[in-house]
Write a protein that binds this ligand. Structure first.
Ligand SMILES: Nc1nc2c(c(=O)[nH]1)N[C@@H](CN(C=O)c1ccc(C(=O)N[C@@H](CCC(=O)O)C(=O)O)cc1)CN2
Ligand SMILES: NCC(=O)N[C@@H]1O[C@H](COP(=O)([O-])[O-])[C@@H](O)[C@H]1O
Length: 227
């Protein structure tokens, strides 16, 4: 019996080097029987959209601005706009019926109006975060770690792939790799080393999550077959 084909949706906001690592992995033995069904960006200028188009992968630009214009520029209005934006993002993603959503440099905090429908459809969401579990949650993690090292507060940092939950970067780690920090290293040099680790870990984290999905389905099927 042929192996199932797994469908990925990848969310991006920028250059897309981690997306490129996934694109390359899908066309190699690294991620066999896996294909990216859509790349979605919240930024029109994201070069990752070009990377996807070059690989003949469908793309979408999901823009928050129209939602903000439909709501008052107040805390409640912005919250309502983001909730509506995320609900439509969930519908956009689920229309492709992916097995897994990968946040690859996706710089938008996902609201429950996205996470709840995905959970109901049993589509896991995972995220690449350039820090160790429990450290430097949120944006700018690499620079914050670099600054902390200069102050003598940390000796290492790292990269993780984790499950996405409402609390930012607090979901279950799936794979973690430590990165030792070096005296006198520039931020750019650290970023280069971190990105190399990211490109390997995003493939490994996707592979492990797809294995978990397969094991869950096999278990459910065997339980379903027992009378
Ligand atoms: N609910 C969750 N959403 C997201 C998670 C998560 O774990 N739970 N991971 C992030 C990715 N991320 C760090 O890995 C991250 C990205 C962006 C931000 C942030 O502050 N975004 C601002 C906008 C910043 C900008 O546009 O430049 C915002 O959303 O208002 C925090 C963490 C993906 N989402
Ligand atoms: N909080 C998530 C986060 O900060 N992610 C950062 O976004 C970059 C995306 O690069 P890419 O667009 O080249 O893949 C990644 O290198 C990662 O450090």
């Amino acid at each position: 019996m042929s192996k199932p084909t797994y469908k990925l949706t990848v969310l991006i906001s920028g250059n897309g080097t981690n997306l490129q690592a996934l694109i390359d992995a899908c066309t190699s033995s690294a991620l066999p029987s896996t294909r990216i069904v859509r790349v979605i960006s919240n930024r029109k200028s994201a070069y990752g959209l070009t990377r996807a188009a070059t690989a003949s992968i469908p793309t979408a630009y999901h823009n928050l601005q129209p939602y903000k214009k439909q709501h008052p520029d107040t805390a409640d209005g912005i919250s309502a706009a983001r909730s509506a934006y995320d609900a439509d993002l969930a519908a956009l993603v689920l229309a492709d019926a992916p097995d897994l959503v990968v946040c690859a440099g996706w710089m938008h905090i996902l609201a429950p109006s996205f996470l709840t429908p995905l959970a109901a459809a049993e589509v896991p969401v995972i995220n690449l975060h350039p820090a160790l579990p429990g450290e430097f949650a949120g944006a700018g993690a690499i620079e914050r770690a670099w600054e902390a090292f200069r102050k003598g507060e940390v000796k290492k940092t790292g990269v993780m792939i984790h499950e996405v939950i409402a609390e930012v970067d607090a979901g279950r780690p799936i794979v973690v790799e430590e990165v030792k920090m070096r005296e006198g290293e520039t931020l750019e040099e650290l970023e280069e080393r971190m990105h190399k680790v990211e490109h390997g870990l995003i493939v490994e984290g996707t592979k492990r999550t797809l294995k978990e999905i397969e094991e869950r389905r096999t278990k459910r099927k065997s339980e379903g077959e027992v009378w």
